[in-house]
Design a protein around this ligand. Sequence first.
Ligand SMILES: [Zn+2]
Length: 426
Amino acid sequence: MKILIKNTLIITMDKDNEIIDKGYVLIKDKKIVKVDSGEYEGKLEEVKVIDGNNYCVMPGLINCHTHASMTLLRGVGEGLPLMRWLKEKIWPMEAKFTEKHIRIGTEIACLEMFRSGTTTFNDMYFMEQYVLDVVRNYGMRAVLGLSIIGDKWEEQIKQTIDLIDIIDNDKSGLMKVMFAPHSPYTLNYDALKQVGQLAKEYKKDIHIHISETKDEVNIIKDKYNKTTCELLLDTGIFNSKVVGAHCIHLTDSDINIMKENNVSAVYNPQSNMKLASGMARIVEMNETGINVCIGTDGTSSNNNLNMFEEMETGALLQKLKYNDATKLDGKTMLKMATINGAKALGIEKVGMLKEGYKADMIMVNLNKPNMVPNNDIYSNLVFSANGSEVEYVIVDGNIIMEKGEFTRIDEEKVLFECNNISKTLI
Ligand SMILES: [Zn+2]
């Protein structure tokens, strides 16, 4: 099938051909076949035409750290610091989760992500086989990681290997797997070491929380007399490609270790602010050449999955931290939420609108009071938009949302079921 988006402003994120004021994007099957200015001159038979006047088309956003099914716990345990929040509220409720909770939690998360322009997410949670089902049915792109945490790590490693077997044989091509050891402080040394070895053996990347709180850093220091990054280097975790969430309480030497080992850092500003975990040194990491991307974390510490909000908060927080208004402009933030995200997750040909790239994109309605006038599109997208302007979503060449309506998902049904299941859980 061919789709032509015409008469539109194109944010390509491609440095050779950055912004096209009036042009078109032509999609054939799963790929972008042409991005150009002016009018499309080819035949229009059997082409679905979308008029992009008053919209901009841009790459779909990439949420590099989340726990999708946890959306079912939105608003639970408000106002507690991380360790109390996990131990007193989150972990006991998660222990009650069954297949239906994982499914509905993921469904509501995917709807929210689509509506706010996310086309790819990097997940870490339990029972990922059901997350996989939802992702495949909804046609979203995702990286799935089964949480390896606590005493049951051997069993969880086996489940990860089963998941690898399923996803490596999945024909949709929308998903990949990462090993997801929860963090250095929730796993013992042997578990970390074994994950490091298996990730190498299976040639899979690793998704892990790194130095989210000061407490965590102190636990590792007391136990091993090392920093978190020194421990991860020592256990072999950094022998594979790693996506590290949070990366807040790092020493200069930790930052160097991350750079030398090609670790991508995920910036989760809203979660870090909400749980008062701290401020990551994003500007220094960017300057060192670390690949920094953006994530929302789970909804119960955010409380949403909105990457537009995350880009804005992330930029504002760093300006304040460094007392410097020139840091992290709109374009830098958008790059982190697209190109850098694709790089962190190792998904090729995503994150830009370019010929030969995968057809993952969104269309943002610019004819809204908060988007007019358009003096600087990057700034408008990051600092003025709130995500509700997203009206079209295309993933892998499939139209998921058109004129603000889902094409193949019964949104009302999901909202109704999610409310019902949530009541029984609380
Ligand atoms: Zn997290």
